[in-house]
Design a protein around this ligand. Structure first.
Ligand code: MG
Length: 202
């Protein structure tokens, strides 16, 4: 199983990162060891600037390669919510030196994933909203209608390079509002007002 993460898929987040809006999907991978279900997140000692990025997650449920955009919808049926934890200090070092991002993005427990999934037929992506709270303070509000690249575009694009397999996950990018976490924080995410994940930072 692989975790495909899309970078800069919301114009407002690209702007806050002072990054250009991409003209084709930008993706990177996390290993399966990055998955963290609900519970405790232990702040790693290799970073001093660990950021949350709350993201809608799509689960691939059919094997495919070279998927045409018109058929991409046949390759997923469920959504969830998670966090793409990012060691921002390490990522900035990688960016400045032209290095890959895995060290900043693919560490253990860097991919928070809810245990809850919702059928795509029960979510209208033109109106869906997800929210992320740090210590009960609203930090991020995301609307999938603001995606620069739709889920179908992402699936079609990525599958030109890599075969998608059943169980693969796509983290679809984060909206504006990312920020640092601290030990002692309580983090939670909701999709359409329903709780999806909650965790403590230790
Ligand atoms: Mg992200």
């Amino acid at each position: 199983m692989k975790i495909i993460c899309i970078g800069r898929n919301y114009a407002d987040h690209a702007k806050e990162m002072k990054s250009a809006v991409p003209t084709e999907p930008l993706y990177f991978l996390k290993p399966d060891t990055a998955i963290l279900r609900e519970g405790d997140f232990y702040y790693p000692n290799f970073t001093k600037d660990l950021h949350f990025e709350c993201e809608l997650v799509v689960k691939i449920d059919r094997v495919g390669k070279h998927i045409e955009q018109a058929f991409a919808h046949k390759y997923y049926s469920e959504f969830s919510l998670g966090i793409d934890f990012t060691a921002r200090d390490i990522q900035e070092h990688c960016k400045a030196n032209g290095l890959p991002w895995e060290k900043a993005k693919g560490f253990d427990s860097s991919a928070v994933l809810s245990n809850k999934w919702i059928n795509k037929n029960d979510v209208d992506l033109s109106t869906a909203e997800f929210t992320f709270y740090q210590n009960d303070v609203l930090k991020q509000t995301g609307h999938p209608r603001d995606f620069i690249f739709s889920i179908d575009e992402i699936i079609s694009y990525v599958s030109q390079f890599m075969t998608l397999k059943t169980g693969d996950l796509i983290y679809t990018g984060t909206p504006a509002g990312v920020g640092p976490i601290q030990i002692g924080d309580q983090l939670r995410g909701e999709l359409n007002g329903e709780p999806f994940f909650a965790l403590s930072v230790k």
